[in-house]
Design a binder for this molecule. Structure first.
Ligand code: ATP
Ligand code: MG
Length: 336
């Protein structure tokens, strides 16, 4: 379990202060994957560094399974850090070491017995699908394979928590999905608390149970994936369901967005509302997604001139959908 309370980090740049993290709180229980999404400069990497005490937070607390890292010193801190596995965008492997020796490295550092280390390395390479690659060198592997080695190495000390900083940003879409499947299978297998920092919505959709939007060092939206998606006015919902902000193909009439979820997502709401208001309503854009076991439908409708858009919104709401004027919603580009 990761517990972050009111975490802040202020850097000094000359005589200017940069508040890279500003009162961040979050909880990631065992067996769950939390995504942190945000623009460049939002504070994502600072968060990773502060969580692992590679950088000292200015204030606030970080607890891993009840151990307060911010209060721990030297030996206790070193021990607590072993509970955290870290994976970066580039695996940063030692080029002169074999794959097996790269994975063994954290165990050498803590002076684990050689036989135990060999056993563990074999187990981990099997777990990440590289059972036959132990004798190879990093230069002989693809980017996806190197990332698997990085994950195996992060698991060497049996951590409770895995932190990923942009784990798939350097990979092609197919390899990305393979790595995401691996992350998901590992967290079930070892009941880990996983935090994934990313700027890719695809990563959040595919593996995260919950997600936070980080902006200017603050968490501005956060929650279970099903809940954040199910809010028409939510920026994460807009970004995750992904209708471009101002699809306005006709340029006549008024645009209305409608969001429905679960069994309601598949109802013929537009036909129903067209009948109810006695006008033909067009669908300009639409997105149907299956996320976190639920179906979400997000449509952008055009209400013709002469029909009160509010009457359409009221009809849609009566059907159990959420609806609003498109112009009242936030832009998707503002998210990530
Ligand atoms: N060591 C440092 N000294 C001074 N300022 C820093 C330092 N590290 C980060 N910052 C500042 O803190 C803010 C957050 O930076 P951070 O690297 O955490 O962003 P990020 O979300 O990881 O961005 P990216 O997506 O580009 O990796 C930025 O304004 C950055 O300039
Ligand atoms: Mg970064």
């Amino acid at each position: 379990m990761i517990t972050v309370r009111d975490l802040s980090k202020v850097y000094r740049q000359g005589n200017r202060e940069v508040r890279a993290l500003d009162g961040v709180s979050l909880t990631v229980p065992e067996g769950s994957i939390h995504g942190i999404i945000g623009h460049s400069g939002a504070g994502k990497s600072t968060l990773v560094r502060c969580l692992t005490m590679l950088d000292k937070p200015s204030s606030g607390q970080v607890e891993i399974n009840g151990v307060d890292l911010t209060a721990a010193r030297s030996d206790a801190l070193r021990k607590a850090r072993r509970r955290i596995g870290l994976v970066f965008q580039q695996a940063n492997l030692f080029d002169s070491r074999t794959i097996a020796d790269n994975v063994a490295y954290p165990l050498e550092i803590i002076g684990a017995p050689k036989a135990r280390t060999r056993e563990k390395v074999t187990e981990l390479l099997g777990l990440v699908g590289l059972a036959d690659a132990g004798a190879a060198y990093p230069a002989q592997l693809s980017g996806g394979m190197r990332q698997r080695v990085g994950i195996a190495r992060a698991l060497a000390t049996d951590p409770d928590v895995l932190l990923f900083d942009e784990p798939t940003s350097a990979l092609d879409p197919k390899t990305t999905d393979e790595i995401l499947d691996l992350i998901q299978s590992l967290h079930y297998h070892a009941n880990l608390a996983v935090l994934v920092i990313t700027h890719e919505m695809h990563v959040v959709k595919r593996i995260c149970d919950s997600v936070s939007l980080l902006e200017g060092g603050r968490i501005v939206e956060s929650g279970r994936l099903v809940d954040v998606v199910n809010r028409l006015d939510g920026r994460l919902s807009q970004a995750l369901l992904g209708i471009p902000p101002h699809v306005d193909l006709h340029g006549v009439g008024t645009l209305v967005d409608v969001l429905s979820s679960g069994p309601k997502a598949l109802q013929p709401v537009v036909a129903h509302v067209s009948k109810a208001v006695g006008a033909e309503i067009a669908i300009l854009a639409g997105s149907v997604e299956h996320l976190a076991g639920t179906t979400f439908s997000h449509l952008r409708l055009e209400v013709p001139d002469g029909v009160d858009p509010q009457s359409v919104i009221d009809e849609l709401k009566a059907l159990g959908a959420d609806a609003a004027l498109t112009s009242s919603l936030q832009h998707v580009e503002e998210v990530a």
